[in-house]
Design a protein around this ligand. Structure first.
Ligand code: SME
Length: 320
């Protein structure tokens, strides 16, 4: 269930030391990303001719820290408008970059980049790309500031204390709330044989507990999705296979997280107030029988944490 992201933030000594102290980060290593040569050494990258960026590879537990929080912390440690320079370090190897390994992370990264850009008059210079390649740097560079506490660092030391003392309380609270909610969901499902009755109470439980904008189910009936039990404003009743977020989640048989519904091609706007959405398919024997659809009035409400717990909730309904 661990997730990963690669962040280039200038000199990787300080960047790793900062990022590794954030609660929920489970692993870090430094290396060279998105360059043009095989097996680069530090000395080769230092010539600034290899195309590599000094980069921190992070693994994190999405039930404790969100990608959103990590990127907000990342932006605190860089000047995102500076091209190929952070602090006094200059060169393409010191460029800033967010390199993702799963395309599902891209919409959120793009949304957060646009949000960050609002704070600056100059355009952001942070490269957003899929990770093309990554080579771990020599051991000397790993945990450099732990092994060399007085070593060079372009970051102010206050940032390290900041990383130690600021956890992603929103995600920690969300995980806690979902854990309690799932306990209640299991007891509600216990002995209940009617799926629609169960969906009705699950929609109510989720909606009341999490304060979403719209929470409900669409069932697969024939060749379309038909509105099922829900809480919230009046919604569209029929959705075709492959249409909108719901029909796409059915077609792709996987959870879709949409941080900005307007950026999702073909999104069906049942309510103009909806800003972000998550759709989790309910599957029986590999077939989608329904989808759980949740809308929020805020952008980027849902992430890996929601998809994890909501998939467990979907299992409770289909396995009851
Ligand atoms: N927005 C959904 C349609 C359902 S409403 O959000 C309740 C979609 O694009 O599939």
């Amino acid at each position: 269930m661990e997730k990963e992201i690669y962040l280039a933030a200038g000199c990787f000594w300080g960047a790793e030391h900062y990022l590794k102290q954030i609660e929920g980060v489970t692993f870090t290593e430094v290396g060279f990303a998105n360059g043009n040569t095989a097996n680069p050494t530090y000395q080769e990258v230092y010539t600034d001719t290899t195309g590599y960026a000094e980069t921190v590879h992070l693994r994190y537990d999405p039930l404790r820290v969100s990608l959103r929080f990590l990127l907000e912390m990342y932006f605190k440690a860089i000047d995102p408008t500076s091209l190929n320079q952070q602090g006094e370090d200059r060169g393409t190897r010191y460029r800033t970059g967010i390199y993702y390994t799963h395309p599902d992370d891209l919409p959120l990264i793009q949304y957060l980049m646009a949000e960050e850009a609002k704070h600056y008059a100059l355009p952001l210079q942070v490269e957003v790309m899929p990770l093309a390649n990554f080579y771990r740097a020599e051991d000397f560079h790993q945990d450099y500031l732990v092994n060399n506490p007085t070593g060079y660092c372009h970051l102010p030391v206050e940032l390290f204390a900041y990383a130690r003392t600021h956890s992603d309380s929103a995600t920690l609270e969300k995980s806690h709330t979902y854990t309690l909610l799932l306990r209640q969901a299991k007891s509600l499902a216990d002995g209940e044989t009617d799926t629609i009755a169960l969906m009705a109470n699950m929609a109510a439980l989720l909606h009341e507990t999490m304060h979403f904008w719209w929470t409900g189910f669409y069932r697969v009936v024939g060749d379309e999705l038909l509105l099922g039990p829900f809480q919230g404003p009046v919604a569209c009743m029929h959705i075709a296979y492959g249409r909108g977020v719901c029909g796409s989640a059915w077609q792709q048989r996987r959870t879709l997280v949409v941080p900005d519904v307007e950026a999702f091609p073909g999104h069906i706007a049942c309510s103009a107030a909806s800003r972000s959405e998550i759709v989790v398919p309910l599957q029986v024997d590999g077939n989608v029988v329904a989808v759980l659809d949740i809308d929020s009035q805020h952008y980027a409400t849902f992430d890996h944490c929601d998809s994890h717990y909501l998939s467990l909730l979907a299992d409770i309904i289909t396995c009851h």
